[in-house]
Design a protein around this ligand. Structure first.
Ligand code: 5GP
Length: 216
């Protein structure tokens, strides 16, 4: 087990509905030394890419992205979420379905912070169905910028996001991939990323489930 998997086993809580709670160290209270280790690992995995900007989404991605950004020495842009928006032509906007809140969010980035010259590393805390990521990817592409890679803390490998994003050809690196979890026993099963491929298995019919489109 790597450092993040060990921490998930120690402090993560498996909830009903395929939700893993990691709020004691990752997305409510944050263990900054752990985040720093994660940032170093992202740098190790993406260090050969010409990354000049990190993009994440509020709120949980921001802490992870900021600590990682110190390893890359680049600025962080975080997409804002809003239910109601005024489009004034200065924003990139994508519609994203929220896994945790079961609603549609608008994800917004000001055009001045993303340009065709940008080489972007996208970072987020969780990857489930991939809706949040697909919204961020659409925004980067709308800006004419390049997605150099995607770094995720925890991927839920039994949901379809990882498979979909990898099939699109992106370098997606998840520091821990959970392939199964049991809310009754609290047991968590990780994918062995050292030997096997990381494509994983997805239930039939779990394909294109994000309602995600870019508005301009
Ligand atoms: P997706 O868009 O990939 O379906 O879901 C990603 C977003 O949903 C993440 O940004 C994260 O905030 C939230 N999320 C998805 N699954 C979980 C989970 O099991 N636990 C927590 N804490 N957040 C999750």
């Amino acid at each position: 087990m790597n450092f993040l998997e060990e921490r998930i086993v120690k402090d993560g809580i498996v909830k009903e509905g395929n939700v893993l709670k990691v709020d004691s160290f990752l997305n409510h209270q944050m263990d900054i030394k752990l985040l720093d280790q994660m940032g170093a690992e992202f740098k190790r995995r993406f260090g050969n890419k010409p990354i000049n900007k990190i993009l994440t989404i509020e709120a949980s991605g921001i802490g992870i992205a900021c600590v990682a950004a110190q390893h890359f020495d680049v600025p962080v842009v975080f997409a804002k979420k809003s239910q109601s928006i005024n489009l004034d032509g200065e924003m990139y906007v994508a519609e994203v379905e929220s896994f945790t809140h079961k609603c549609i969010n608008h994800v917004i980035v000001a055009k001045k912070f993303l340009t065709p010259e940008d080489h972007v590393l996208i970072i987020d805390d969780f990857l489930a169905n991939g809706c949040a990521l697909q919204g961020l990817i659409q925004i980067v592409q709308s800006a004419g910028a390049t997605v150099e890679g995607i770094g995720i803390a925890i991927e839920k490998g039994f949901q379809s996001g990882g498979r979909i994003i990898r099939n699109l050809g992106f370098q997606l690196e998840s520091l821990a991939i959970v392939d199964g979890m049991n809310a009754e026993t609290g047991e968590i099963q990780f994918r062995d990323q050292s030997t096997a491929g990381v494509s994983g298995s997805v239930e039939p019919g779990e394909g294109e489930i994000c309602r995600s489109s870019t508005l301009d």
